[in-house]
Design a protein around this ligand. Structure first.
Ligand SMILES: Nc1ncnc2c1ncn2[C@@H]1O[C@H](COP(=O)(O)OP(=O)(O)OP(=O)(O)O)[C@@H](O)[C@H]1O
Ligand SMILES: [Mg+2]
Length: 234
């Protein structure tokens, strides 16, 4: 579904991503691991077109998107849950969800399955986003990214600062999205994480970044046999 090849990225003079290649396949969860500051968020932003890349090639669903705008990538079917959630605190839950439909024709309704995945959002539909707990805001950010029915969901550290019971719920949702999507159409999931146990449980495939370069990459079985936990523990 997503194929990125030889991505190079710089912030002013510093080389942030060094020849990074990765893929994310439909029906599979690909986890992106790495310690603080290694370039995980920069990589996801470059896949989303939020920051420009110096060179490299990105294909999505068989089409080149290397030069597409973030809006065009969303419309092509990539949903993005940014680090820190970035929900609109003064807008209601419902208004936040409707923002997720910006790439769709006016009047497109919210998929009702969102509320089956996250029942709490239905109860809180008219509350302000800023009044939700951190875990509820994370669920809202995921639901907003799902509103347009993406084929690929990209999540940047969804467990950061979230209580364990909600982390479990989010894990179940991610597995379900890969296996059956919102409406029976399997999804590709690219999950960036520092919480190793959560990542290991969900992973079908993995890659590890260190100082902007991929230092290990493979399947779940390889993740276990190569002792990847050791590469990312602090
Ligand atoms: N806008 C920016 N301008 C300059 N340097 C930046 C910018 N954003 C990030 N960096 C630097 O790029 C490097 C990678 O940052 P990035 O946020 O991608 O890491 P990360 O792996 O997501 O870290 P974390 O685990 O803390 O979220 C860091 O050294 C960071 O300081
Ligand atoms: Mg980050």
């Amino acid at each position: 579904m997503l194929e990125a090849k030889n991505i190079q990225q710089y912030y002013s003079g510093s080389h942030i991503l060094r020849d990074v290649s990765l893929s994310a396949q439909t029906g599979r969860v690909t986890v992106l691991l790495g310690r603080n500051g290694v370039g995980k968020t920069s990589l996801l932003k470059s896949l989303m077109g939020v920051v420009p890349i110096k060179s490299g090639d990105i294909q999505f669903d068989g089409q080149p998107i290397t030069r597409a705008t973030p809006y065009e990538r969303a419309r092509a079917g990539i949903g993005y849950v940014p680090q820190g959630r970035e929900i609109f605190g003064r807008l209601t839950v419902e208004e936040n969800l409707l923002m997720g439909l910006a790439s769709k024709p006016a009047g497109t309704p919210l998929p009702p399955q969102l509320f089956e995945l996250f029942p709490v959002l239905k109860q809180m539909l008219h509350r302000r986003g800023g009044d939700l707990s951190g875990g509820q805001q994370q669920q809202l950010a995921i639901a907003r990214a799902l509103a347009a029915g993406p084929k690929l969901l990209v999540l940047d550290e969804p467990t950061e600062g979230i209580q364990p019971s909600i982390i479990k719920d989010i894990g179940r949702v991610i597995r379900k999205l890969a296996d059956e999507g919102l409406n029976g159409q399997r999804m590709a999931v690219l999950l960036c994480e520092q919480y190793y146990d959560f990542a290991e449980e969900l992973a079908d495939d993995y890659l590890v970044l260190e100082r902007g370069a991929v230092i290990s990459q493979g399947s779940k079985a390889e993740m276990l046999s190569r002792g990847v936990r050791r590469l990312v523990s602090i």
